[in-house]
Design a protein around this ligand. Structure first.
Ligand code: EPU
Length: 346
């Protein structure tokens, strides 16, 4: 087992924040984890699982042992009459995997193109974009328990997916709450792409593309290209400007709360949900508070999408957190809504 010491993590977090891992082990398969867990020095120390680092804010050097997930491989598991099942190692880059599925002729993940991060991180926050969430295309995943070393498989129900949420975001509590946060390492994920393929075109930006191009019945590759273009136009590329995608979740409120806000703010962007609650656009709320383009130190609010915080160069995790708190305070003071951050602060 190779334990690397003082490893720079700047290339491994999409915010591009400078920090180090005191100790880091690269995990290429289950055997590597077993070795770590059997190790006399590192077996029982706290551990931190790092995927593509696209959903974390590093506020200093990482003291727990970093397990850098580099499990690779992609394969067709089953091509049946009702669906195709595909599998990828947790360390595979998400967007490259999506591109590969389309190249293989399997449609279904095109709306999720260009989401930063790895395959293994995708179920943790149930990534979603342009009308599709990971849970809509999920079959099962293999993981390993970092305490017992046991391997296990979870289906969608067991993952307890919610909006940007899953069992992997919750920590088990003494009160009996079930959670695998900090305890499980996802090794590989399987996706179920239903047949016949049905395009998902409800999202307003995709409707706009239909109008612009006159293509009423786009194929999956066309939708993939549109999604890439839409994202490219309003979201910063983390290879050029450090960021972690949307920094806050879109909040939901009761219809009464929404009416109350509409009375004061007639232009507020809101979407009624099937369960009767109303989703508000956090980006709109932040924008309305005048944050677009503002900065705290080297951390800033992206000019084209107020929901995205960016590293303008040399930002610290502390600056990002300070900016996020200031935004939360002003949104709360104006709208009475508490914004919940998406990334994990480490
Ligand atoms: N808006 C503003 N000002 C802003 C930003 C947004 O007025 O600065 C308004 C827009 O005009 C629009 C509404 O807010 O009417 C929603 O904006 P957008 O369509 O950009 O989507 P979003 O709700 O801000 C969510 C996801 C994104 C995902 C897009 C597309 C969350 C937290 N974010 O953003 O996910 O790509 O929808 O489906 O749910 C991510 O999670 O990292 C992410 C990028």
């Amino acid at each position: 087992m190779i334990v690397e010491q003082n490893v720079p993590l700047q290339p491994h977090n999409s915010f591009g924040i400078v920090a180090k891992a005191r100790a880091l082990v690269r995990v290429r398969g289950e055997a590597d984890i077993q070795q770590v867990l059997r190790d006399r020095e590192y077996g029982t120390v706290p551990k931190f699982v790092l995927g593509g680092g696209s959903n974390i804010v590093l506020t200093g050097d990482v003291k727990p042992l970093v397990l850098k997930v580099e499990v690779m491989g992609r394969r067709l598991v089953d091509d049946g009459p009702k669906a195709v099942v595909l599998e990828a190692g947790a360390g595979e880059n998400w967007h490259e995997f999506v591109t590969w599925t389309l190249e293989q002729g399997h449609a279904g993940l095109e709306n999720l193109a260009l989401i930063p991060g790895t395959v293994g991180a995708s179920p943790v926050q149930n990534v979603g974009a342009y009308g599709v969430e990971l849970q809509d295309r999920f079959e099962s995943l293999d993981a390993i328990d970092l305490v017992t070393g046991k391997s296990f498989t979870l289906d969608a129900a067991q993952c307890a997916f919610g909006y940007r949420d899953s069992v992997f975001k919750h920590v088990a509590s003494k009160d009996g709450d079930f959670g695998l946060g900090g305890r499980a390492l996802i090794v590989r994920v399987r996706f179920r792409l239903p047949k016949p393929w049905k395009p998902v075109l409800g999202y307003v930006d995709l409707q706009r593309k239909i109008q612009e191009t006159g293509i009423r019945e786009p194929d999956a590759r066309q939708i993939y290209d549109w999604v890439c273009a839409v994202r490219g136009a309003k979201l910063p590329d983390p290879r050029i400007i450090g960021n972690a995608g949307s920094f806050f979740k879109n909040p939901t409120v009761t219809p009464e709360q929404c009416q109350d806000i509409i009375a004061r703010e007639p232009n507020i962007v809101h979407y009624p949900l099937p369960d009767g609650t109303v989703k508000l656009a956090a980006g709109w709320l932040i924008d309305a508070c005048g944050w677009k383009g503002k900065s705290v130190g080297n951390a800033g609010v992206y000019e084209k999408q107020a929901l995205v915080l960016v590293n303008r160069g040399g930002a610290t995790g502390g600056e990002v957190v300070t900016l996020a708190r200031a935004i939360q305070t002003s949104v709360y003071e104006r709208f009475g809504i508490r914004l919940e951050p998406e990334p994990v602060v480490v």
